[in-house]
Design a binder for this molecule. Structure first.
Ligand code: KMH
Ligand code: ZN
Length: 312
């Protein structure tokens, strides 16, 4: 009998904290836009919605739990998607700020970034000379002199306060080989618990580059360090988004798309929506003969606590 293949989990990262409003009219900003975009992405096949918040007036990334609470209940009521909140926030936020909303919302899943690093997106400033808001250009330029801080003490605190404290599990964000060793360290301590949902990230300036050889090296390293207890997803920034997700799917892995990490649907073609990116990778997955995991199937693969067991 043919081995039952695990279905493929599609994560959609709805808005993030890198792209600014002037870069694309499709980038969801207000709570209403985040609700609509997340719902449509879910309907297109996303089992997990990875969520940041934006100031509804200026579009600037915000850690304000009250803003998160303006869209979380609606997404819970209108979808059965797994809600995955960022603990990364933006590179300019303190850890206290970054944890405020997750500690209040106690979601099933949170991102957890496995290393301090340069996280540079100032290059995006050269793409235009007109900005809708005063904050956008300085925000982009500041990224080449900001450390994205994720010390071992920070990581341990997130695992303790959210993981032990509220049963939240993690999308472990790995931007480089060393981050896999950090995950193995916290797994040995028993703070990171299997199955490990490992999100391998390529093409962020400051992290490992988007070259296929790096994907196979990261996959081999994760397999050697963490064994079969991993559920590996992959995404890449910008133009590499679909090719890298497709390559990992061909390896039997899972995928992440979304306007957080790429504003495009094709060469120099802005995506109209998150749902359009989800539909594109969904159709590729179907072409590879893969079935798409439902949120319930994702919960089972990732050992999540259930949509009723949250704080919103
Ligand atoms: N924007 C991604 C490169 C987080 O939110 O904690 C990383 C990310 C991390 O999504
Ligand atoms: Zn994020």
């Amino acid at each position: 009998m043919a081995e039952r293949r695990n279905k493929t989990i599609i994560t959609c990262a709805v808005t993030g904290a890198v792209h600014t409003p002037s870069m694309s009219p499709a980038l969801p900003i207000t709570p209403e836009q985040i609700i609509a975009s997340g719902r449509d992405a879910h309907e297109a096949g996303a089992a997990i919605l990875h969520l940041h918040a934006r100031d509804p007036k200026t579009g600037r990334p915000t850690p304000d739990p009250d803003v998160f609470m303006r869209f979380l209940p609606a997404l819970r009521d209108q979808t059965d998607a797994v809600i995955n909140l960022t603990t990364g926030g933006s590179v300019q936020m303190t850890l206290e700020e970054r944890l405020a909303a997750p500690l209040r919302a106690k979601p099933e899943l949170c991102s957890l970034n496995l290393g301090s690093m340069n996280f540079v997106f100032s290059q995006m400033a050269s793409n235009r000379d007109q900005w809708q808001h005063d904050w956008e250009l300085p925000y982009l330029l500041a990224s080449d002199d900001t450390i994205f801080k994720n010390t071992y003490r920070d990581i341990g605190r997130i695992l303790q306060d959210l993981g032990e404290g509220h049963g939240t599990r993690f999308e472990f964000e790995c931007y480089d080989i060393g981050h896999l060793y950090t995950l193995a360290h916290f797994a040995e301590l028993g703070l990171a618990k299997p199955p490990f949902f490992v999100q391998m990230i390529f093409g962020i300036k400051g992290g490992i580059g988007a070259h296929p050889s790096h994907l196979t090296h990261m996959l081999d390293t994760a397999d050697r360090l963490l064994g079969k207890e991993t559920v590996v997803s992959v995404f890449a920034a910008g133009r590499h988004q679909i090719p890298f997700a497709t390559t990992n799917a061909a390896h039997g892995g899972h995928v992440r798309v979304g306007l957080e990490d790429s504003l495009y649907i094709g060469y120099h073609e802005l995506a109209e929506s998150n749902a359009q990116q989800v539909a594109k990778i969904r159709d590729i997955l179907h072409g590879l003969g893969h079935e798409i995991a439902t949120p319930q199937e994702a919960r089972s693969m990732l050992d999540l606590k259930g949509a009723d067991n949250v704080g919103f």
